[in-house]
Structures are given as structure tokens and as C-alpha cells.
Design a protein around this ligand. Structure first.
Ligand code: PLP
Length: 230
């Protein structure tokens, strides 16, 4: 029987298990795990981004990104359907002390005009500082909707005008790229940070990678350490 509850319930194949048994390993925190190093370098180079961070889950890569982009009291703009809001245990508040401004739409995609309505005036002390825009591609709760790339570019321009960070939850970005024909480096050039999951459409038993610039990933290493102790 095929279990269709989620693409995360897959089991490693015999080939994967055999590969794992033979994998060369080392201490990742000392930067001595050759396969993790190779994976991080390969992913960063594939997306044309400076650096990458391997983590056990996509929840962790998203949460690390949000924490690195924000300070307590800041606000994150995302879809009401977003995984970071619906399915990460309230982690935006728990880990980052940030609030969310939620955009309603049928499939979890939205426009730059929608985002603009939620950007707070930084000179109004009643309002949280808007700091980050988060999008998901494809959208899990949006029945796998794939974004119009041109709209993602328009939102990038808006973020630039307002000095906002731009994070992509690309848990299923490889499915999106199959649909829209875009290349990883086009996504890498557009976002400040990208989370990709190896454990979903790509079929690996576990693992996610966070991509960003060197400084961002250095901060991410520290946050990963702290989260791992919770
Ligand atoms: C869009 C999206 N982001 C993030 C995650 C989190 O991934 P993980 O289950 O590895 O924590 C999921 C999981 O299904 C997801 O669908």
C-alpha cells in the first residue's frame, strides 16, 4: 500500500541504507564531516549562494532563518497557509519572539500589492517593525501551488525598497522548478535565504539545507547549536 498522508513518510531504500553504512563521517560542528561539507558546498554552488547549513529538518532551517533575520518584537509577513505559521509549533513566537502578519489567499500565493498593505510604518511606535517576508514554493496547504516567478521578483523589489529580508521555504522547491523551468541560481539570486528539504520530493530519508550569505550562515550555525539544546 502507498501511504499518501505526506511525502515525508517515505522509508530509505536498500541502496540508501547501504550507502549510509559506508558513508565517511566526522564531527560536523568541527567542520570535519566530509559528506556534510560536500553537501553544503554543492548546495551553495548549485544555488549560486555563498554558504549553506545542513540541518535535520525543514522546520529547523526555517526557524533558524527567521531568527537570524529578525529581533524580538519584529513582524514577519507570510501567507495564512504558510508552514511556518500553521505547522511549526508556534516557533516564530517561541524561538524569535516575532509576530506574524498573515495574508489571506486561496492557494497561499499573493502579490507585491498584498505584501505592501502589511508593511508597518517604522516611525509609528504602535506598530511592530516589519522585518521579513516569507514565501513557500510550492505551497503545501495550497494544494502544491507553484508561484509565478515574476511575482516573486516584484516582491523582491518591494523588499529592497523597504529594507526587508526575503526568505523562501523551498521544502519542495525542486518540484516548483520542475513546474516552472527555473534554475536554482535564479532562486538563489532572488532571496536572502532559501530552505530546501532533501526529505520530500528529493526522496532522501532526512535532512534540509539552509542557504544564504556567509555572515547569515555563520549566525545560523550558532542558532542551530542553541536549538539543538531545546
Ligand atoms: C512547506 C514545508 N516547509 C517545511 C516543512 C518542514 O519540514 P520537516 O518535516 O523536515 O521539519 C514541511 C514539511 O512537510 C513543509 O511542507
Amino acid at each position: 500500500m502507498i501511504d499518501l498522508r505526506s511525502d515525508t513518510v517515505t522509508r530509505p531504500s536498500p541502496g540508501m541504507l547501504e550507502f549510509m553504512m559506508k558513508a565517511s563521517v566526522g564531527d560536523m560542528i568541527f567542520g570535519e564531516d566530509p559528506m556534510v561539507n560536500e553537501l553544503e558546498e554543492m548546495s551553495a554552488s548549485m544555488f549560486g549562494m555563498e554558504a549553506a547549513l545542513y540541518c535535520p529538518s525543514g522546520t529547523m532551517t526555517n526557524q533558524i532563518a527567521i531568527k537570524a533575520h529578525t529581533r524580538p518584537g519584529d513582524e514577519v509577513i507570510c501567507s495564512r497557509l504558510a508552514h511556518i505559521y500553521q505547522f511549526e509549533g508556534g516557533g516564530v513566537a517561541f524561538n524569535s519572539g516575532a509576530s506574524v502578519a498573515l495574508i489571506d489567499s486561496e492557494n497561499g500565493t499573493f502579490t507585491a500589492e498584498d505584501v505592501e498593505q502589511y508593511i508597518n510604518n517604522p516611525n509609528d511606535c504602535h506598530k511592530a517593525y516589519t522585518r521579513l517576508v516569507e514565501v513557500e514554493n510550492t505551497v503545501n496547504r495550497g494544494a502544491g501551488a507553484c508561484w509565478d516567478f515574476a511575482e516573486l521578483v516584484r516582491i523582491r523589489e518591494l523588499c529592497d525598497r523597504h529594507g526587508l529580508g526575503y526568505h523562501l521555504d523551498g521544502a519542495r522547491l525542486f518540484n516548483a522548478m520542475t513546474a516552472d523551468g527555473r534554475k536554482p541560481e535564479e532562486y538563489g539570486a532572488l532571496f536572502d535565504s532559501v530552505s530546501i528539504c532533501l526529505s520530500k520530493g528529493l526522496g532522501a530519508p532526512v535532512g534540509s539545507v539552509l542557504l544564504g550569505n556567509r555572515d547569515f550562515i555563520r549566525q545560523g550555525q550558532r542558532i542551530r547549536k542553541v536549538l539543538a539544546t531545546l
